[in-house]
Design a protein around this ligand. Structure first.
Ligand code: AHR
Length: 613
């Protein structure tokens, strides 16, 4: 029974309540949302990114070519380049099965090249069945310069290869192939189907760029002084400006990140889809198992200044130092940043907090309108969580980011998590959550849980499922909201739940009360269909198995009623070797005697209708 009082005023629900969290995990950026089709375009792949990498990963050489890192480089931040000998060629294999092209569509090729003696590059696009477009000739002479050509695909293929051949010696860098048909036709743009899937959610905000991506590795910058650090924390200044001047970096998730998809592109995406941008910056305490507090005051000051510069990059007038950089990239208007998160899942709450306070003080002093979000560490309960929460509460933090990945049962059983949160304390940003699976029951448990978030919309201000994307061939983390390969993308059931809530966000909660009579109580409350079984006498021969079909409690109730107990007022008896409910009125919770951990299983209940159907 659902009792609703339409006149009662529940919490107001902000338009920004539900959003998305984009992290470059599962190759969500290169080979994913970032539309570039060439893998390792700048020959920067390194064993520091992944032990299996070489600077020629994804390339094959016909003839002679070597990757050099010397004074002949394109620039200080893009240090390696390919030296191609006369009469040689290199071929790029793209991502997944290869380079995806569609018949009739245009593809923009570009390369930075240098050739002392004039040469003409022949650029071809083909798969095993032959050419995918007419070959292009690119005349190159002199020092580093960018050259362009356009292909029109004559066939559709997901197995394309891009080859660059030169009759004379040439140096190559930033070998690029972009579909003309990017999301909204934007240059250096996003893969259309994936960006459109984000847009279709109508998210209220976009949290980016991580996650563990943000606050792991060295906090040093990419400079000679730091020994051209790789595996350094994600720093926004590395990711803006002309793409050939962006340094690449080792990604915490075990591959190379080109930073072609950087802060400018994230802000542009948020603006395109009408979402609030919500960046996360590192706080000089590493997280995600690294647990190191960096004690370097000068470095801390530099990171704090970088964060102020980021706000200026987003919001400053086109005449300001960083606003000018944004304008030069094509966006004189501000991006309207209102929230910023400092840190992610730090395991050392005291050390984190000492630094967080300094970030917050500096941001509030310069930009009092910008809300600074803190976090509660990596867990949803426990000592670190309690300590972090105490620090946040004592410091009067505006908003705390909580993360948790739990079973569907957990989500069903914790719908009331925020009912008891202090209404005068920090607000909640549920920045990452998922119910550990992409099955329908996971999505359903998340939907159920989201009703609890919404009911508490006075405290829970923002919520985003995580992670957003996974390339099916490069998975570090599952479940994920949207899956893809080089030619297709598909939504999970969880995506449909997010979409349902994001595209139907109410203005205000109408308080309601549900009562279930009779109801199923106890740990198997979440088992789908169980209530039907438990509340009628229409079923018998009930079997409880794990997801793989393994019998958990014996494969039927063949006579041994002593193994089972049930609560409630129902009457059960062993009849003809089956355990059968003999009345139709009762509430029943069945448990197996002597196995208190039984509810940790993924339970499947199978029952036979008494009618025999
Ligand atoms: O969403 C995947 C990871 O989970 C994030 O990077 C991190 O913040 C969390 O541990």
């Amino acid at each position: 029974t659902l009792t609703v009082d339409p006149a009662a005023q529940g919490a107001a629900i902000d338009d920004t309540m539900y959003g998305v969290f984009f992290e470059d995990i599962n190759r969500a950026a290169d080979g994913g949302l970032y539309a570039e089709l060439v893998q390792n375009r700048s020959f920067e792949y390194s064993t520091a990114d992944n032990r299996s990498y070489t600077p020629l990963t994804a390339w094959t050489v016909d003839g002679t070519a070597q990757v050099l890192n010397d004074a002949g480089r394109l620039n200080e931040r893009n240090r390696s380049y390919l030296s191609l000998s006369a009469g040689s060629s290199v071929t790029n294999a793209g991502y997944n099965t290869g380079i995806r092209v569609e018949a009739g569509k245009k593809y923009d090729f570009s390369v930075w090249a240098r050739a002392e003696a004039a040469t003409t590059l022949t650029v071809t696009l083909q798969d095993a069945a032959g050419p995918l477009a007419s070959a292009r000739q690119v005349a190159v002479k002199g020092g580093w310069a960018q050259y362009r050509a356009t292909f029109t695909a004559s066939r559709t293929s997901s197995y394309g290869r891009l080859t660059v051949a030169s009759p004379a010696a040439a140096a190559l860098d930033m070998v690029s192939l972009f579909p003309r048909d990017t999301y909204r036709g934007e240059p250096n743009g996003l893969r259309k189907d994936l960006a459109e899937k984000i847009e279709a959610l109508h998210p209220g905000f976009v949290r980016f760029p991580g996650g563990c991506l943000v606050n792991t590795g060295s906090m040093e910058d990419y400079s000679e002084a730091s020994g051209w650090q790789r595996a350094r924390a994600y720093q926004w200044k590395d990711t803006i400006g002309p793409v050939e001047q962006r340094a690449t970096n080792a990604n915490f998730w075990g591959y190379n990140q080109s930073y072609g998809l950087g802060y400018y592109e994230y802000f542009r995406l948020a603006e395109d889809i009408g979402a609030m941008p919500l960046p996360v910056v590192p706080a000089l305490v590493t997280g995600c198992g690294q647990n190191k507090a960096v004690a370097d005051d000068a470095l801390l000051k530099r990171h704090i200044q970088d964060t102020l510069d980021l706000i200026e990059f987003a919001n400053g007038p086109a005449t300001s130092t960083w606003g000018k950089v944004r304008a030069a990239m094509g966006h004189p208007r501000p991006f309207h940043l209102t929230h910023i998160e400092v840190g992610n899942e730090e395991n050392l709450p005291d050390e984190f907090f000492a630094r967080f306070r300094q970030f917050r003080a500096a941001i509030q002093a310069t930009y009092p309108g910008v809300q600074v979000i803190s976090n509660s560490g990596p867990d949803d309960s426990g000592t670190t969580f309690d300590t972090a929460w105490k620090l946040n509460r004592d410091a009067g933090v505006d908003m705390v980011d909580e993360h948790y990945y739990n079973s569907p049962q957990w989500f069903l059983q914790n719908n009331d998590r925020y009912d008891s949160y202090d209404r005068s304390g920090p607000k909640i940003f549920l920045g990452e959550y998922a119910s550990q699976g992409n099955a329908w029951k996971n999505a359903l448990s998340e939907a159920a849980y989201m009703t609890g978030l919404e009911r508490n919309a006075d405290v829970v201000k923002l919520a985003s499922y995580a992670p957003l994307f996974a390339n099916e061939d490069y998975v570090q983390w599952r479940p994920d909201l949207v899956w893809f390969n080089n030619h297709a993308s598909w939504n999970s059931a969880n995506y449909e739940v997010q979409k349902l809530f994001m595209t139907n966000t109410g203005d205000r909660v109408v308080p309601s009360k549900a009562s279930l009579t009779p109801s199923v109580s106890g740990p198997i409350t979440g088992a789908i269909g169980l209530s039907t079984w438990a509340t009628s006498a229409a079923y018998d021969d009930v079997r409880v198995t794990a997801a793989d079909g393994t019998a958990l409690f014996g494969d039927d109730f063949s006579g041994d009623a002593s193994k089972w107990t049930h609560t409630g007022t129902g009457t059960w008896a062993v009849q003809d070797g089956r355990y059968v409910q003999t009345d139709a009125t009762a509430e029943n919770t069945m448990v197996q005697a002597g196995d208190p951990a039984w509810h940790d299983y993924d339970l499947h209940v199978k029952a036979t209708k008494k009618s025999g159907k």
